[in-house]
Design a protein around this ligand. Structure first.
Ligand SMILES: Cc1cc2nc3c(=O)[nH]c(=O)nc-3n(C[C@H](O)[C@H](O)[C@H](O)COP(=O)(O)O)c2cc1C
Length: 212
């Protein structure tokens, strides 16, 4: 029976970090490398990252921009990483071409980073609740780039885990027409999600809270 990769199965958004853990240079480098090797439309690579590690000036400045809801847990993480995607071509002669898939591509790069972090035994919690305009000004972000999300990266020390849940596969995968049953035996669909469901939803509490 095909199985979900343990790294994907066990990944979760971390809410309690070890505030003594230090993200080593080689670990940070390989996380950025993982993002760098993500696929992108036309190889446009429309992503960029702002990085602060706990204890440095960038981190201290980033913490000031976090919404209260995120400030409760993110500062203890070993690093705060902010993600940017292109919104237009740059002015340089050799500028990367802009594609309408830039935000999609950034998300994929972050997914790579997240899985690489899991492989290092580290956790990532992505967040949108921070002062986007403040960070754009602080970091001097050029107009053809947009600050998109933040990532808290570090070592989890969670004991009181927040339950995870997902919509079932038949609700999100279809046949030829939207809403048609996915062409899979229902027993197989059930097996694929076994052990991951049956918990309270956590979705919907944070989306859109950009600077709360
Ligand atoms: C684009 C994006 C924005 C998010 N924003 C926040 C946020 O502002 N605050 C927060 O606590 N979690 C945030 N999350 C984390 C989600 O709530 C979390 O991924 C979701 O509940 C599923 O939980 P899991 O990652 O543990 O599976 C965000 C995740 C993504 C991908």
């Amino acid at each position: 029976m095909a199985e979900l990769l343990p790294l994907l199965r066990e990944r979760r958004s971390i809410r309690v970090y070890d505030d003594t853990h230090v993200l080593a240079d080689d670990e940070l480098a390989v996380l950025l490398e993982a993002a760098r090797w993500a696929p992108s439309a036309g190889n446009s690579q429309p992503w960029a990252f702002l990085v602060g590690r706990r204890g440095d000036d960038a981190h201290a400045a980033f913490v000031e921009l976090l919404a209260p809801s995120v400030r409760r847990w993110a500062p203890a993480a070993s690093a705060l990483v902010f993600t940017l995607n292109q919104v237009a071509s740059g002015p340089e002669d050799d500028a990367l071409g802009y594609s309408d898939y830039a935000q999609y591509d950034l998300g994929q790069a972050v997914a790579h980073l997240t899985v690489q972090a899991a492989a290092l035994g580290l956790g990532v919690h992505q967040f949108a609740a921070f002062d986007h305009d403040g960070l754009t000004a602080l970091a001097g972000v050029p107009p053809h780039w947009r600050v998109t999300t933040g990532l808290a990266v570090g070592l989890a020390v969670e004991s009181d885990l927040v339950p995870r849940t997902r919509r079932p596969v038949p609700d999100l995968a279809f046949g030829a027409r939207f809403g048609d049953p996915v062409p899979l035996a229902s027993a197989v669909v059930d097996l694929a999600t076994e052990g991951l469901d049956g918990v309270e939803p956590t979705l919907g509490v944070d989306v859109g809270l950009r600077s709360e």
